[in-house]
Design a protein around this ligand. Structure first.
Ligand SMILES: [Cu+2]
Length: 409
């Protein structure tokens, strides 16, 4: 009940506002006219006035369809991102069938082990698109659309030259059609044209992983940005033949934006704001699906080499990825695993719909904060913490050279 109220809040506010405006306009007009005319004439004039204003309002002020937001006209190659009221209604009537996911975040440690082989194989992968309800922040609930129930979807790992046989299932509880476009594919739509699946349906296609690299995959069903910004994205690593250099720790991080009608922190189930998405003004910018998702699950020891696979589901922002207190020893820019990596980089760009691999050795214990260095975004949720334990090395960093007791300043 509370959920449907918070979800419908924008409709209720707009309907109520219109009602109040007409009620007060009519009442004031009545008082004004009543001074000059008899009750009968006043009432007739009032009806004429209200009738004329309603007649003017209907063609110019009423929504073309009962949808949110009203009056949005778009020019994409396919239907725009408005939310027809019919969908809102279907969503509310099906609300009980959606799985309530305890934690939408994918564990950054959840990465398949390195492959490191030269012979190629046929790799079978199965993914399930599923629409679920989960918390973005305490008390703030979103309707997420996911691959396998988390954001991002599973980390896929294959080797250069492998043939991937990918099956996409759409969970029967879904309300929308979905598909998958993997940027590791050479073929129409990256697989999207072969995998349009209705709720309950499943489709399989094959592709050869010709190019090594770290690639994003995402749903590309219309309206594509709407589907993506609900959480339908993940990473696929195509290891170069023989594998990547060995490291001690690997982590899986994906930035994404979420657009709600309710302001940052507004409690309850949030209605998707298509207009804010077109404007590129998200309420939430987060790593791994929700605020605080990477607060306490990334650990390393002094002396270890850390590799981060960092993707950006977008759909609008470019991430200026940085780890506070560290320098990236190597950056495989834009996910290019063929060219030699860039070295000693402070901040690297992760384009919308792109990814990169960064590596660094941790030299000193402490908390190292992952950020999008467009730093106002960490207040919207874009941060994580890599906790490093081990012995201090004063040669690398010495926190206290001199300390004098002060008496204020
Ligand atoms: Cu989709």
């Amino acid at each position: 009940m509370f959920e449907s109220l918070s979800y419908l809040w924008q409709y209720l506010v707009e309907g109520f506002g219109l009602f109040i405006a007409y009620a007060f306009a009519g009442f004031l007009l009545y008082l004004l006219l009543r001074r000059l005319h008899s009750r009968k004439i006043t009432l007739v004039l009032l009806v004429v006035f209200l009738g004329a204003s309603v007649a003017f309002y209907i063609p110019n002020g009423l929504p073309r369809g009962f949808e949110y937001p009203f009056f949005l006209k778009t020019y994409g190659p396919a239907p725009g991102p408005v939310l027809p009221f019919e969908n809102v209604w279907k969503f509310l009537t099906n609300f009980k069938t959606f799985e309530k996911v305890e934690d939408i975040a994918r564990d950054p440690n959840d990465i398949p082990p390195p492959i490191n082989r030269f012979e190629t194989k046929v790799v079978k992968i199965e993914l399930v698109t599923k629409e679920v309800i989960a918390e973005m922040a305490p008390g703030v609930t979103f309707n997420y659309w996911t691959f396998n129930g988390t954001v991002p979807g599973p980390f896929l790992r294959v080797s250069e030259g492998d043939t991937v046989e990918l099956t996409l299932k759409n969970d029967p509880t879904s309300l929308h059609m979905h598909n998958i476009d993997l940027h590791a594919v050479n073929g129409p739509g990256g697989g999207a044209v072969s995998t349009d699946v209705m709720p309950g349906e499943s489709k399989t296609f094959r592709f050869k992983a010709l190019n090594p690299g770290i690639y994003i995959y995402h749903c590309a069903h219309t309206n594509v940005p709407s589907h993506m910004t609900h959480g339908l994205y993940g990473l696929i690593l195509v290891e170069p033949k023989g594998g990547l250099p060995k490291v001690d720790k690997e982590f899986y991080v994906m930035q994404g934006e979420f657009y709600s009608v309710g302001a940052l922190g507004r409690q309850g189930l949030q209605l998707f704001d298509a207009e804010a998405m077109l404007d590129g003004k998200p309420q939430y910018v987060v790593f791994n699906g929700r605020t605080g998702a990477l607060a306490e699950n990334m650990n390393a020891k002094v002396g270890e080499t850390v590799r981060l696979y960092v993707g950006n589901g977008g759909v609008n922002l470019i991430s200026s990825f940085h780890v506070i207190g560290e320098i990236f020893d190597r950056v495989y820019r834009e996910g290019d695993l063929v060219s030699p990596p860039a070295q000693s980089v402070q901040t690297t760009l992760i384009p919308a719909g792109g990814a990169a691999v960064v590596e660094f050795k941790v030299d000193y214990p402490g908390s190292y904060v992952l950020v999008d260095h467009a730093l106002s975004r960490f207040d919207r949720g874009a941060w994580g913490i890599l906790k490093v334990e081990g012995a201090e090395n004063k040669e690398v960093y010495d926190g206290v050279i001199e300390h004098t007791e002060g008496h204020g300043h």
